[in-house]
Design a protein around this ligand. Structure first.
Ligand code: FES
Length: 76
């Protein structure tokens, strides 16, 4: 996965990596969520593997974020 957030991930529905990352930051948790919010991966499905990789990378990075612990402790 190249580190170019503006790159087109889903050619069928013209969805960029940035758009996928934005829905993940907004609360999407799964590839299915990303598909619901962006339509990425709902055409030929060739890009689903890359969407999965972006979701997994985002969730792994999120777990390392100390802000999440703070939010959890604050009851948010
Ligand atoms: S490239 Fe994403 S559904 Fe076809």
């Amino acid at each position: 996965m190249a580190n170019n957030p503006g790159r087109l991930v889903c050619l069928c529905n013209h969805v960029t990596a940035n758009e996928i990352i934005n829905v993940l930051k907004a609360g999407a948790q799964t590839t299915f969520d990303v598909q619901q919010f962006t339509a990425a991966g709902t055409g030929c499905t060739r890009c689903v593997r890359e969407i999965n990789a972006i979701v997994e990378h985002h969730l792994a990075t999120k777990k390392k974020d100390p802000q999440l612990k703070f939010d959890f402790e604050a009851g948010n």
